[in-house]
Design a protein around this ligand. Structure first.
Ligand SMILES: Cc1cc2nc3c(=O)[nH]c(=O)nc-3n(C[C@H](O)[C@H](O)[C@H](O)COP(=O)(O)O)c2cc1C
Length: 370
C-alpha cells in the first residue's frame, strides 16, 4: 500500500512532496539577531531533501523578544540580508521548501544560552527589560516583566508585520507564528500568565485577542498563495491553565482568519508543569484539533520511527509530522524512512549517488562479484 507519510500535501500554492518537517530549533548562533555561517551548515544540511519542509528556528520580531543575545531576529536590514544569504544558499543546492517561525519570547527572554545554564541575565551581564501581558515572572526567582501597554501591543503587531515582509523578501515559502512553549503569544492565551483587566485579558475571547490580531495582520501582508500556520501548546499541563478545549476554539478562530495548519505542541508556560512524556505523547492533541476544528495539524514530540510516523498520518491523527532531535541525530531521517516504508522521496541532484537503488550504477567499479 502507498505510504501516507510520503504522499503530497498542498497548502495554498505550496505542495510538499511528503509530510516530514524539520521542526524549528533555536541555534543560539546569531550575532545581533543575524544568521551566521553556522546556519549555512545547519539549514543547508537539512535542505538536501530529507524532509519536504525545513523550519528556521524561532526568529524574533524585535530585540527584546529574543530568549538570548545569540537568538535569531528579523527586525533589521542586517538580519534580513544575513538570512537571505542562508536561504538563497539552501535553495541553490537543496530541494526542501523553507518556513520561518516568527516569535517573541515575552517574559522568557533575556537569559543565558542553555549551554551557559539558561538562567535569566542580570543587568550587569547585559540583561534587558522583558515584556509580557502581565507583570508576572516565569518563576519566582526570574525578573518581573513589564506589562505591555495597549500602545505597545499595537506596535508589536506592526513588528510582526514588518518581520513577515522581510520573510517574504527573503523568499520563505511558509510562515509559522510561535504561539506555544510559554512565549509571548502563549502568555496572552493562558490565564496563568495573563491577568490583565482590559480587553486583552480575562475571558477566552479577550485572551485570544492579541494572538488573533497579530495573526490577522501578518496574514494580510503574507502572500495569498503562501501558507501560514501557528505552533501552539495545547495544554499548560497545570490546573487553571490553557486547555485542549480552548485550543480547539482558538483553532476555529484562526481558521476563519486563513490559518492553514496548527502545529500542536504542549507545555513551557510554567516550570510547575507536570508533563506525561511518552512516544507520540502530543499526538492526541493534534488529533483533537484536527477533528474538532477541521484544520490540518502537524504533530511533534518524540516521533522517532518511520512506522510510528506513518501510522500517525495514515490513521488521520495529523497531516504532517515535525522532527527535531531525531533530525539532528539523523539529518537523512526521511530518506531512510522512505526505504523502510517502500516509498520514493526526492534527493538533491548532487546526493543521488548515495541512493540505495542507484549506488551500483554510480560506482560500477566498486561492485563486488557475488
Ligand atoms: C535544540 C532545540 C531547539 C529548539 N528550538 C525550538 C524553536 O526554536 N521553536 C520551537 O517551536 N521549538 C523548538 N524546539 C522544540 C522542537 O521543535 C520540538 O518541538 C521538540 O524538540 C520535540 O520534538 P522532538 O522529540 O522531535 O525533538 C527545540 C528543540 C531543540 C532540541
Amino acid at each position: 500500500m502507498a505510504s501516507a507519510l510520503f504522499s503530497p500535501i498542498t497548502l495554498r500554492g505550496l505542495t510538499l512532496p511528503n509530510r516530514v518537517v524539520v521542526s524549528p530549533m533555536c541555534q543560539y548562533n546569531s550575532d545581533e539577531g543575524s544568521a551566521t555561517d553556522w546556519h549555512l551548515m545547519h539549514l543547508g544540511s537539512f535542505s538536501l531533501g530529507a524532509a519536504a519542509l525545513v523550519m528556521t528556528e524561532m526568529t524574533n520580531v524585535n530585540p527584546a523578544g529574543r530568549i538570548t543575545a545569540r537568538c535569531a531576529g528579523m527586525y533589521s536590514d542586517q538580519n534580513e540580508a544575513a538570512m537571505k544569504r542562508v536561504i538563497d544558499f539552501c535553495k541553490q543546492y537543496g530541494i526542501a521548501k523553507h518556513g520561518i517561525q516568527l516569535a517573541h519570547a515575552g517574559r522568557k527572554g533575556s537569559t543565558q544560552t542553555p549551554a551557559q545554564g539558561g538562567k535569566p541575565l542580570r543587568p550587569e551581564e547585559g540583561g534587558w527589560r522583558t515584556e509580557a501581558p502581565s507583570a508576572l515572572p516565569f518563576a519566582p526567582d526570574w525578573p518581573v516583566p513589564e506589562a505591555l501597554t495597549k500602545q505597545e501591543i499595537k506596535k508589536l503587531v506592526e513588528q510582526w508585520v514588518s518581520a513577515a515582509k522581510r520573510a517574504e523578501r527573503i523568499g520563505y515559502d511558509l510562515i509559522e507564528m510561535h504561539g506555544g512553549h510559554g512565549y509571548l503569544i502563549h502568555q496572552f492565551l493562558s490565564p496563568i500568565s495573563n491577568q490583565r483587566t482590559d480587553e486583552y485579558g480575562g475571558s477566552l475571547e479577550n485572551r485570544m485577542r492579541f494572538p488573533l490580531e497579530a495573526f490577522a495582520a501578518v496574514r494580510t501582508v503574507w502572500p495569498a498563495d503562501k501558507p501560514m500556520g501557528i505552533r501552539v501548546s495545547a495544554t499548560d499541563w497545570m490546573d487553571g491553565g490553557w486547555t485542549p478545549e480552548e485550543t480547539v476554539v482558538f483553532a476555529r478562530e484562526l481558521k476563519k482568519l486563513g490559518c492553514d495548519y496548527m502545529d500542536v505542541s504542549s507545555g513551557g508556560l510554567d516550570p510547575r508543569q507536570k508533563i506525561l512524556l511518552a512516544a507520540s505523547y502530543q499526538v492526541p492533541f493534534a488529533e483533537k484539533v484536527r477533528k474538532e476544528a477541521g484544520i490540518p495539524t502537524m504533530s511533534v514530540g518524540l516521533i522517532t520511527e518511520p512506522k510510528q510516523a506513518e501510522d500517525i498520518i495514515a490513521s488521520g491523527k495529523a497531516d504532517m509530522i515535525a522532527i527535531a532531535r531525531g533530525a539532528m541525530w539523523n539529518p537523512r531521517w526521511a530518506w531512510h524512512a522512505a526505504e523502510v516504508l517502500g516509498a520514493d522521496t526526492a534527493y538533491a541532484p548532487k546526493m543521488m549517488a548515495c541512493h540505495p537503488k542507484l549506488r551500483p550504477q554510480a560506482f560500477p567499479d566498486r561492485l563486488q562479484p557475488a
